[in-house]
Design a protein around this ligand. Structure first.
Ligand code: SF4
Length: 381
């Protein structure tokens, strides 16, 4: 399966924990950015026409795609269509938005151009916590955006598919507060939820505060929040199909599933990653460097390229499969790869209750989901 990722790096304000390739408050760059993206697409699609012909999903991610004004978004979509991307025929076209820019005008423009799945960044319904983590927007805006999104039809008249993100382990967040957030979101009847524990990179505002001892986080609370969030979502029919993703039947993200299944994808925009053959490629992540790279013809030799050898491929297969409910089917590995995975280690994690075996498959279970990194690191040869 082939996926296209289109990065929209703009955000109205940089959140206190954000470590993505984003540019704050840059309305003057919107027009230039769309021109550059189309230039990159023309160049890179031209090198790989077969890939675009067999595209099945597209994902507008960020940054915040919803800050792009409808006329620029339309120009981008029509430009990509003229280069061969048939948005209206793809299985899934995702569009990320934030509550403060999920206006009716933006939502309608996205849907009329072929978007059929909307992901809303809620993070929490607690205004104090939103302030503490430096997020723009309020809980009321998130509730209002959710209500409107959940009523929207897609182009075929069916209810649009939707998802919302929550965060946990935020400074000052209590277990009860997080459970309230999860319950409130599940009560809306939404078909897909992602939740992520806060990660603190020392380069971010919150990361620096943590390093200076100005905020503290309780290690034990992380596990309690994760377990409890999973349980609440399950009670509402949202099953975990990946370590941080939960869906009702048929509501899983096809685009993200392609990443976990090691399907091919092509990323456009600063810092966007692509996966082709056994190579992982990344464009320059800083806006100005990316712009120079595009203007110089998007030379692949100037991208960061990671060529995966046998060992790296096996590590990826273990790492990516085990994050999903399906787990790792040992039958899909070649004979040399199978011999590299120690049965003794698998049995150790099965006895501990972190892994389960079913025929030729192994998958996480119990607290294995929480300690996935330790299990995977141990299994990786
Ligand atoms: S909205 Fe998302 S991408 Fe933008 S600054 Fe916040 S976390 Fe980063």
């Amino acid at each position: 399966m082939n996926g296209l990722y289109i990065h929209i790096p703009f955000c109205t304000k940089i959140c206190g924990y954000c470590d993505f390739a984003t540019v704050a408050g840059s309305a003057r760059l919107f027009g230039e950015y769309v021109d550059l993206l189309l230039r990159e697409a023309e160049r890179r699609f031209g090198e790989n026409p077969h890939f675009i012909r067999h595209l099945e999903t597209a994902y507008f991610g960020g940054g915040t795609p919803s800050v792009l004004p409808p006329r620029e978004f339309e120009r981008l979509v029509l430009g990509l269509e003229s280069l061969g991307v048939g948005f209206r025929h793809l299985q899934e076209v995702d569009w990320e938005c934030n509550p403060d820019s999920a206006t009716d005008e933006n939502l309608q423009a996205a849907i009329s151009l072929g978007v059929n799945r909307i992901s809303l960044g809620v993070q929490t319904f607690d205004n104090e916590l939103l302030k503490a983590i430096g997020r723009r927007g309020t809980a009321e805006q998130a509730r209002d955006a959710l209500r409107r999104i959940l009523r929207l039809p897609d182009l075929s008249g069916k209810k649009i598919r939707s998802s919302a993100d929550l965060m946990f382990w935020l400074p000052g967040q209590t277990l009860a507060g997080f459970e309230r957030d999860v319950r409130e979101l599940a009560e809306t009847g939404i078909g897909h939820v992602s939740f992520y524990g806060l990660t603190l990179n020392p380069r971010t505002v919150l990361g620096m505060r943590f390093e200076q001892g100005k905020i503290s986080l309780d290690e034990g609370l992380y596990a309690r929040m994760y377990r409890s969030g999973v349980q609440i979502l399950q009670d509402y029919g949202l099953e975990r199909y990946e370590v941080s993703n939960f869906a009702k039947w048929g509501e899983e993200s096809l685009h993200n599933r392609n990443y976990w299944r090691r399907g091919e994808y092509l990323g456009l925009g600063p810092g966007a990653h692509s996966f082709r053959g056994n190579q992982r490629l990344a464009a320059p992540s800083r806006y100005l460097e990316w712009k120079k790279w595009v203007l110089a013809g998007c030379l692949e030799s100037k991208m960061e390229i990671d060529r995966l050898g046998k060992k790296e491929r096996l590590c990826e297969k273990i790492w990516l499969s085990l994050r999903t409910r399906e787990g790792l089917d040992l039958q899909t590995l070649d004979s040399e790869e199978v011999t590299q995975i120690s049965c003794r280690k698998i049995d150790h994690w099965v006895r501990k209750g972190y892994l389960q075996k079913s025929g030729t498959k192994i998958s996480l279970c119990g607290d294995g989901w929480l300690w996935m990194d330790s299990v995977v690191e141990d299994l990786i040869p």
